[in-house]
Design a binder for this molecule. Structure first.
Ligand code: ATP
Ligand code: MG
Length: 397
């Protein structure tokens, strides 16, 4: 009797006022993107009532996977797997009681507490039922008492059996709350252009910005034939993994070889990296304009390598026409790696493929490049033409 459904609750505190429907529409879009990808468009039903959504009519075999996907969507506060049954009020709530038995038995089996206590919380939106909520709760508590060793404690309870009786005559019954990802729904904090390498840091940077609601478009600089097709495929795979958190993230791949060769040939080796990164910023800025992005995001962390000193970042930054956000700036590598493992990008990131930055890596890069010197060195290049050429070769994935 009844069926299993997944209830989604979102962070209502953030969703007051006129932004609410906008936030909701983004959240719905992101949930649908995730579940369409997992189940196909017809593989589930999305229902909404008041401030709650539920996922219904899915294959139970996929339930754990669906829950897993949903816990990665920012803006979702918590989830519960519930039994949806008719309230069956005229029959002394028999259907609800039946639904509570397996929930109670499961908790009893898992319980490790000494004198476990519980309560039943009833929300009765269906006012056709003349019985007050606390009386319904007392009636339902009898079922838990009969099937477990738990005792009732309305104040200091270890377990809460929640029963929502809706206007529709349906009741949702559950006993567990799964914590969601928190954050803000992706899309509510404008769009950013992410510099996505094949490394550990930049996918984590994507995750961090998505958490605060930023929609991302990714750009990757590739240097064929010095970097291989497999290196590019690795970046595509990283994008696909991180999309569990960022929702859809377009990926553009920029041919970077010609620029690197030109720098290599015409500029002092010590400035190779700085000048290369300045080109990345120029191209990212142009692409950002086309894609309506309002910021550039990188995975840089202070002091990690020569190109990530304050001086290096300053010399790079002056070529970006947009603010650069570096969500990992104060992270230790360890901390970033922990997140990479949590979000599932780590194993892919450490696959050994060549990166465009390492191909032309000089022996002694300038650790504190002076901007005037860098700009002087750059004069040997036809910057605009190189940027134009690279832009015209961009491929979309
Ligand atoms: P990551 O692990 O993200 O590659 P990293 O520690 O290797 O970072 P760098 O290689 O110096 O550091 O790169 C710093 C940042 O510059 C990266 O986090 C990324 O945002 C950007 N970046 C570097 N190489 C590329 C590339 N080939 N394409 C796009 N962005 C890049
Ligand atoms: Mg790198």
């Amino acid at each position: 009797m009844g069926k299993r459904v997944i209830i989604i609750r979102y962070g209502e505190i953030f969703l007051k006022g006129k932004n609410r429907s906008y936030f909701e529409s983004l959240l719905i879009k992101n949930v649908k993107f995730a579940l369409d990808k997992l189940l196909g468009e017809g593989g589930y039903a999305f229902k909404r009532s008041q401030a709650r959504y539920s996922i219904e009519d899915y294959s139970e075999l996929k339930e754990a996977e669906i829950v897993d996907r949903l816990t990665k969507i920012f803006g979702i506060h918590s989830l519960s797997v519930a039994m949806k049954v008719p309230s069956d009020a005229e029959n002394n709530f028999e259907a609800i009681k039946q639904a509570m038995i397996p929930l109670a038995e499961e908790l009893e089996e898992e319980n490790t507490l000494l004198d476990p206590t519980f309560r039943v919380t009833v929300k009765r939106a269906d006012k056709r039922i003349p019985i007050p909520s606390y009386e319904i709760a007392a009636e339902l508590a009898g079922t838990v008492l009969r099937h477990t060793s738990f005792k009732v404690d309305l104040k200091r309870y270890d377990y809460d059996f929640e029963v929502d009786i809706r206007e529709t005559g349906d009741a949702y019954v559950y006993s567990k709350v799964i914590l969601g990802a928190g954050g803000l729904p992706v899309g509510c904090s404008s769009k950013g252009m992410l510099l996505l390498s094949g490394g550990i840091d930049s996918p984590v940077a994507a995750y961090m910005m998505a958490k605060r609601g930023m929609k991302l478009v990714a750009v990757h600089f590739a240097s064929p034939p010095y970097t291989s097709e497999l290196a590019k495929q690795k970046v595509v795979r990283l994008r696909n993994i991180v999309e569990d958190y960022t929702s859809r993230m377009k990926l553009f791949v920029v041919p970077f070889t010609e620029i690197q060769l030109a720098i290599h040939e015409h500029c002092p080796a010590e400035y190779m990296i700085t000048i290369m990164r300045r080109f990345m910023m120029r191209i990212a800025t142009k692409l950002a304009e086309q894609q309506d992005c309002k910021a550039i995001i990188t995975g840089e962390s202070l002091g990690q390598v020569a190109s990530q000193t304050v001086e290096s970042m300053t010399s790079t930054e002056s070529c970006a026409g947009l603010p650069i956000f570096r969500p990992l700036i104060a992270f230790d590598k360890e901390e970033t790696m922990d997140i990479a493992k949590k979000i599932g990008t780590y194993d892919t990131s450490i696959e050994p493929f060549e990166d465009c930055c390492t191909v032309f890596l000089p022996k002694n890069p300038a650790i504190k490049p002076r901007l005037e010197r860098v700009m002087q060195a750059e004069q040997a290049l036809d910057i605009d033409a190189l940027v134009e050429k690279a832009m015209s070769g961009i491929e979309k994935y």
